[in-house]
Design a protein around this ligand. Structure first.
Ligand SMILES: Cc1cc2nc3c(=O)[nH]c(=O)nc-3n(C[C@H](O)[C@H](O)[C@H](O)COP(=O)(O)OP(=O)(O)OC[C@H]3O[C@@H](n4cnc5c(N)ncnc54)[C@H](O)[C@@H]3O)c2cc1C
Length: 543
């Protein structure tokens, strides 16, 4: 069977079909950039009845949106500046997102550890956590003050000798990583009629009478083609000013960049909690769960250039900070690092703002959606995964200023499918002898597309067994992912649609039979050759 074949349920367009539609349709809006901001814009605009195209120069979420801490949070740290209204607003966005994606965004306990020299006494931090809980409308489990001995009992990996105690509170974590969340939004946008393509780069743009004519390059073949739209949404993340230059559009805010690094190491705690510490500079850093690994991060280094890589100094800093605060058999070393994540936070400096380093916590709160009505360009600056629903709503308002007429959607434009669909998929799975654990993961992974997986299992139950040793991904899962998920290169599957190359070393991934079968099924022998030639690609196709 060819994986690109249209199928009975959702009729996904083949890549060639999408490229053809991109060049033959007069769009209301073309969104440039397929990170969280581009994906949520395409979803929101298409759900509001507009004809939308989305082009992403590399893979969806291959920019900053694959380098986050995976947290969906309400801004606890901003309580330090007593900005109650801000935190209440962020908590509201967080709650809305978590309620809309109940299987993909999970409430997670944080254990924030306060050292002897900490700026806050544990009782004061506990008071703050209760205020945070209240501002979050008590949606999460109640926070608790934790004594030194309780922390020792609950989290034996924490070095308790130099601590005063701590607080335990809740926020949320993306169950399957940031980039998968983004690609699901892209698929949802497609379901609402958006035409989407990864590995298609905007190279130049010309505004005619009320219409943008765009030159796009298909980076998988090198060929160029044209597309047109009334309005452009510039969602190029840290590269927003490059696309601003191409389109000669202006924003009154500007960006500064802060580099953030995460290291993935063997599991430090299996409690499921996020450990939170203050580093030597009194900045919060975390030990986060990721599958059966732990993620340490992050750094916060001002940089001028958004292209960043992990340096030896970044590695040493994080390993040193964490080793000082954990009580492990031995200190973590560079050789323990299984994989790394590195990206820049794009921080918005408002008009007249200084962009000074000491103002960066303040800057990190904001995003800006700006409209250049004359040029018919909407630019999205900054932003967080946590705040994406607000960006989606603001972009709809912004294109209205450019003369478009979005219609109110018939249903809520975001969120997982309704509970009755989930119940019926899970009960169908039970009828096919799929265990409830496997079925829950299947639902989280595929949502509505789970029916296609079950159709395959109905025809041949053998398609349901795990393909390899590293992950319970089945042949049926892979077939459905291949149909819908726009996987064009090994790293699309291994780094962004799954977490294989975050959780395992490159050689282990490349040698796993299941991974090899999955790559062969989706990308053929050419895909296998590409993986073998470069088992740890850092950058697939950057210009
Ligand atoms: C270390 C770190 C930790 C973070 N942790 C969190 C967290 O826990 N929670 C949270 O909510 N947020 C977090 N963030 C912030 C969050 O990750 C970002 O705000 C968000 O991912 C930005 O998304 P974006 O869509 O604006 O940019 P990007 O994800 O960078 O997307 C922009 C896309 O535009 C594409 N593009 C650029 N030029 C072109 C062109 N000419 N043609 C076509 N496509 C183009 C790029 O290839 C890129 O994929 C973190 C950020 C960092 C760096």
């Amino acid at each position: 069977m060819h994986l690109d074949e249209p199928h009975r349920h959702g009729e996904p367009l083949s890549r060639d079909g999408s490229l053809e539609r991109l060049s033959s349709t007069r769009f209301d809006v073309i969104v440039v950039g397929g990170g969280i901001n581009g994906a949520v814009s395409a979803l929101s605009l298409s759900a509001h009845g507009l004809k939308v195209g989305l082009v992403e120069a590399d893979d969806f979420a291959s920019g900053t949106s694959q380098e986050s801490s995976n947290m969906i949070w309400g801004g606890f740290k901003y309580l330090e500046s007593y900005d109650i209204r801000l935190v209440a607003g962020l908590c509201r966005s967080r709650n809305r997102l978590a309620a809309a994606y109940p299987t993909r965004i999970l409430e997670t306990r944080f254990m924030a550890v306060l050292e002897q020299g900490a700026s806050f006494a544990p009782w004061f931090a506990a008071l703050g956590a209760n205020v945070y809980w209240g501002l979050g409308r008590l949606r999460t489990i109640r926070p608790r003050h934790r004594s030194k001995s309780t922390i020792h009992r609950l989290e034996p990996a924490v070095a308790t000798a130099g601590i005063r105690g701590g607080i335990e509170y809740s926020d949320y974590l993306l169950a399957d990583n940031d980039s998968r969340f983004v690609s699901e939004l892209v698929i949802d946008a497609e379901r609402h009629g958006a035409v989407v393509a990864n590995y298609v780069k905007l190279e130049s743009a010309e505004l005619g009478t009320g219409v943008w004519n765009l030159a796009l390059r298909d980076r998988s073949t090198g060929s160029t083609f044209e597309a047109s739209a009334q309005v452009l949404v510039n969602a190029a993340g840290p590269l927003v000013s490059n696309v601003g230059t191409l389109t000669e559009s202006r924003t009154s805010s500007r960006l500064v960049f802060s580099k953030g690094v995460h290291l993935i190491v063997p599991q430090v705690t299996d409690s499921g909690r996020i450990l939170a510490f203050f580093d030597d500079a009194e900045r919060l850093f975390y030990v986060l769960p990721m599958g059966h690994r732990s993620v340490i991060g992050t750094t916060d280094t001002p940089v001028d250039d958004p292209e960043v890589t992990v340096t030896g100094a970044d590695r040493s800093f994080l390993l040193e900070q964490v080793s000082q605060r954990l009580d492990l058999d031995r200190n973590l070393e560079a050789s323990d690092v299984i994989s790394e994540r590195c990206g820049v936070r794009a921080l918005v400096v408002p008009p007249g703002g200084s962009g000074r380093r000491r103002d960066w916590t303040e800057l990190s709160r904001r995003h800006a959606v700006e409209t250049d009505e004359g040029r018919r360009v909407v630019s999205i600056l900054g932003g967080k995964l946590s705040d994406c629903l607000n960006v989606g709503a603001e972009v709809v308002d912004a294109v209205r200023l450019c003369g478009l007429r979005p219609m109110p959607p018939a249903q809520k434009w975001y969120g997982e499918p309704p509970e009755d669909e989930q119940r019926s998929a899970l009960s169908r799975a039970a009828g096919l002898d799929v265990t409830s654990d496997v079925a829950s993961v299947m639902w989280r992974r595929h949502g509505r597309r789970m029916d296609e997986v079950l159709d395959l299992l109905d025809g041949d139950a053998d398609l349901g067994g795990p393909l390899g040793e590293l992950d319970p991904l089945s042949r049926a899962d892979v077939m459905v992912m291949g149909r819908h998920e726009r996987i064009l290169r090994p790293s699309d599957l291994l780094r962004r649609r799954t977490m294989f190359s975050m959780l395992h070393r490159p050689d282990t991934v490349a040698a796993d039979k299941g991974v090899r079968d999955a790559i062969r099924m989706i990308l053929g022998d050419e895909g296998l050759r590409a993986m073998d030639a470069d088992p740890a690609p850092t950058d697939d196709l950057k210009a």
